[in-house]
Design a protein around this ligand. Structure first.
Ligand SMILES: NC(=O)c1ccc[n+]([C@@H]2O[C@H](COP(=O)([O-])OP(=O)(O)OC[C@H]3O[C@@H](n4cnc5c(N)ncnc54)[C@H](O)[C@@H]3O)[C@@H](O)[C@H]2O)c1
Length: 372
């Protein structure tokens, strides 16, 4: 199969959908890979590195799109890329269709096969292509929080690990899923005193078993949240209710309980946030202050560390790319349900009910669309 890897053109997106190691694997498997010139630069990969492992490099985005039987990307195609898409062409990327009617209708019209990273689902409900970005964001949340706790950055001037004779900082994490667990590991490693709140007791039992002694678990309820945030130097929002907006666990009223110049990093801001006063911010202007509490609300945290994020994402995506390339999307989807669950559109039909529902479009079950 011919696989195309365009340069990402969305603002501030420095990741690339395939590192040279991925190209090397696909070429060894007998495929052709066309990479747009400069596609890897933001993640530290030069055109020469791609060429050395067998990629064809072209300066033309259009050539990559037109020649690729499958296009592998990171972010959704932007309107200027839609004219390059052809019917039946496979596009494998984060689409997040439900967030944009314009994107949904624009891509639907092309008749392509849209396989989305975000809906690839394991039998146990896990989303294997969202996990790596949650791991990155969870770990980054503590790094960013520690930075904004420094006095010159506007914070309380607390060192999370403390020192001999001085108590460590208090980190409170709302939600003990992938983001929360990764944040807890980082905060614990720095020596902070960490509390994770979750509504899922089984999850808290598991965390209590595997986490070091400086991590405590607590049932999430309004009273425990109020008590915990009053002690927090750093509060991390990491809750998720799948398919829904994040629940508002910390109201504006409750924010007044927090210590002056404490820091809130609400990672769940991309789902609306679990702290009422959070709003989305950007890497160039990441923080603002409400009621003397520093708020960090960057919605695409992994974008700050593209080298790590590219490798983390592609570790997870490449096995699917190999399967689709080897067997074609239809056979690959029949052989692997996870690929089937990734298909949101085929032949101008919407095959993911959440997308159809969001915009009142007809829904065709994927099995029917593929004639399975
Ligand atoms: N800002 C970013 O750059 C970025 C990057 C990756 C992920 N995220 C977001 O981070 C959030 C968390 O993602 P995740 O992968 O950790 O999800 P996850 O499903 O692994 O974990 C969510 C946890 O929240 C818990 N929860 C639900 N309701 C709760 C409540 N009322 N109180 C306490 N806990 C509650 C669940 O039991 C679960 O353990 C999501 O909104 C995700 O989209 C943001």
């Amino acid at each position: 199969m011919i696989i195309g890897v365009p340069r990402e053109i969305k603002e501030a997106e420095a990741r690339v959908a395939m590192p040279p190691s991925g190209v090397e694997t696909l070429v060894a498997e007998g495929h052709e890979v066309i990479v747009e010139a400069g596609a890897g630069l933001g993640s530290g990969f030069t055109d020469e590195e791609f060429a050395q492992v067998g990629a064809q490099i072209t300066p033309s985005a259009e050539a990559v799109w037109r020649q690729g039987e499958m296009i592998v990307k990171v972010k959704e195609p932007l309107p200027q890329e839609w004219p390059y898409i052809s019917p039946g062409q496979v596009i494998f990327t984060y689409f997040h269709f439900a967030a944009s009617e314009e994107l949904t209708l624009g891509v639907l019209k092309t008749g392509c096969v849209a396989i989305t990273y975000e809906t690839v689902t394991r039998d146990n409900g896990e989303l294997p292509l969202l996990i790596p970005m949650s791991e990155v964001a969870g770990r980054m949340a503590v790094q960013e929080g520690a930075k904004y706790l420094e006095a010159r950055m506007g914070g309380r001037g607390v060192l999370l690990g403390g020192v001999p004779g001085v108590l460590p900082g208090e980190v409170v994490i709302l939600g003990g899923g992938v983001v929360g667990t990764n944040a807890a590991k980082m905060a614990a490693g720095l020596g902070a005193s960490v509390t994770i709140l979750d509504i899922d007791l089984e999850r808290l039992r598991y965390l209590d078993d595997v986490m070091p002694k400086n991590v405590h678990t607590l049932k999430s309820n309004p009273r425990n949240i109020r008590d915990s945030i009053a002690r927090a130097d750093l509060l991390i929002g990491a809750v998720l209710i799948p398919g829904a907006k994040a629940p508002r666990l910390v109201t504006r009223e409750m924010l007044k309980l927090m210590k002056p110049r404490s820091v809130v990093v609400d990672v769940s801001v991309d789902q609306g946030g679990c702290i009422e006063t959070i709003r989305p911010t950007t890497h160039t202007d990441p923080i603002y202050v409400v009621d003397d509490v520093v708020h960090y609300g960057v919605a695409n945290m992994p974008g700050a560390v593209p080298l790590t994020s590219t490798l983390a994402l592609t570790n997870a995506t490449m096995p699917y790319v190999s399967q689709i390339a080897a067997r074609g999307y239809r056979q690959a989807a029949m052989d692997n349900r996870e690929i089937l669950t990734g298909i949101n559109m085929v032949d101008g039909k919407v095959t993911w009910d959440g997308v159809a529902e969001a915009f009142g479009l007809p829904f065709t079950p994927i099995e029917e669309a593929l004639g399975l």
